[in-house]
Design a protein around this ligand. Structure first.
Ligand code: NAD
Ligand code: DAO
Ligand code: ZN
Length: 369
């Protein structure tokens, strides 16, 4: 079938809206009509050419929501008409990783997904006979996509696509980092570095679980007002702190934070986030994705004396199990997504959406088809 997609032909080039050919679902796969998709920094990172796994030409996008239009043989968990969120971290419930109970990093389709292909080793997208790669197993910048059944989360019928699409990445990552990865307990003191789409979700989850101090750190003081709305209790702009940020935060938390979250992707900040943790028990979670080839460092004595360094992908969430619950939380008013969506635009304005993101003027732009 012919589909409408924003194609990335080469690194650092604007995306081009094209009519692309898409092959239908095979056994165990579904065809999904994408209704809305967020534009995230990870799409921009790959488009920039800095992503060592980035492949071109490709159809980017990984924060989408849509409707199942067709199912292949053997598909059991979804049917035509179901609303779904595509999962860049699938959940097969059968592989060693899924069965471990210790991780959300299902490996069932990892190898082909990393090569921009479907599990049978082919791409379903082509343009005038030229193969186009899938991206993160999702490619939500296309109005129709084909996905393995294990990479879709079925969600409720009344969920609005242009809000719950963010549950496909930023919302789940931030909330899951708090609940699944750090397991923040009531009364804990928390520091969140970076108050973008991910950091704001860390803040709202920290508030939800009953954290005491929720300190937000951002170089952009314009982020303060919205972060307070999400539950931030204290704001720190590092450029306004006299002296070193780490002792300042240790003083503010009276000995160090119980939990810190790096939601920027800056390796210097990752070190600060670890070192402002409380001696003996503080846990620091790396959420931000650093540039290719970069390395983190600290003095090993920081770990010897009880601080713990962790990381999280998709907030440790198991997509088919956890994503429908997070949609329910939004629909029941338990979490705020509306204030994260600053602009809704048609897919034709995808390059404008990237510009807005680079200027730091929006938390998220959502594209519709
Ligand atoms: P964003 O750009 O919207 O937010 C980053 C914030 O950090 C901005 O408010 C910016 O002003 C602030 N900032 C930048 N440099 C800073 C510094 N040195 N000190 C303090 N504040 C600083 O980004 P986002 O969408 O919230 O994503 C955050 C990070 O999380 C990105 O690296 C993204 O790739 C990553 N991410 C990771 C996962 C995962 O599964 N681990 C999922 C989604 C996104
Ligand atoms: O299983 O080896 C693996 C890789 C899983 C990829 C997880 C993605 C990590 C987060 C990247 C940013 C998401 C937008
Ligand atoms: Zn699995």
């Amino acid at each position: 079938m012919d589909v409408k997609a924003a194609v990335a032909f080469a690194p650092s080039q604007p995306l081009s809206i094209e009519t692309v050919q898409l092959e239908g679902p095979k056994s165990g796969e579904v065809l999904v009509e994408i209704k809305a998709t967020g534009v995230c920094h990870t799409d921009a990172y790959t488009l920039s050419g800095a992503d060592p796994e980035g492949l071109f030409p490709a159809i980017l996008g990984h924060e989408g929501a849509g409707v199942v239009m067709e199912v292949g043989d053997e598909v059991k968990s979804v049917k035509v008409g179901d609303r779904v969120i595509p999962l860049y971290t699938p959940e097969c419930r059968q592989c060693e990783y899924c069965l471990s109970g210790k991780t959300n990093l299902c490996q069932a389709i990892r190898i082909t997904q990393g090569k921009g292909l479907m599990p049978d080793g082919t791409s379903r997208f082509s343009l005038n006979g030229q193969m186009i790669h899938h991206y993160m197993g999702t490619s939500t910048f296309s109005n129709y996509i084909v996905l393995p059944e294990i990479a879709v989360a079925k969600i409720r019928e009344d969920a609005p696509f242009d809000k719950v699409c963010l549950i496909g990445c930023g919302v789940t990552t931030g909330i899951g980092a708090v609940i699944n990865t750090a397991k923040v307990e009531p009364g804990a003191n928390v520091v969140v570095f970076g108050l973008g789409g991910v950091g704001l979700n860390v803040i709202q989850a920290a508030k939800m679980v009953g954290a005491n101090m929720i300190i937000g750190v951002d170089l952009n003081s314009k982020k303060r007002e919205l972060a307070e709305k999400f539950g931030m209790t204290h704001f720190v702009n590092p450029s306004e702190v006299e002296g070193d940020l780490v002792p300042y935060l240790v003083d503010l938390t009276k000995g160090g934070a119980d939990y810190t979250f790096e939601c920027i992707g800056n390796i210097k900040v990752m070190r600060q986030a670890l070192e402002c943790c409380h001696k003996g028990w503080g846990v620091s979670v790396i959420v931000g994705v650093a540039g290719a080839g970069q390395e983190i460092s600290t003095r090993p004595f920081q770990l010897v004396t009880g601080r713990v360094w962790k990381g999280t992908a998709f907030g440790g969430a198991k997509g088919r199990t956890d994503v429908p619950k997070i949609v329910d939380w939004y629909m029941n008013g338990k979490i705020n997504i509306d204030d994260l969506v600053n602009k809704i635009m048609p897919i034709e304005q995808v390059n404008e959406a990237f510009d807005l993101m680079h200027k730091g003027e929006v938390i998220r732009t959502v594209l519709t088809f």
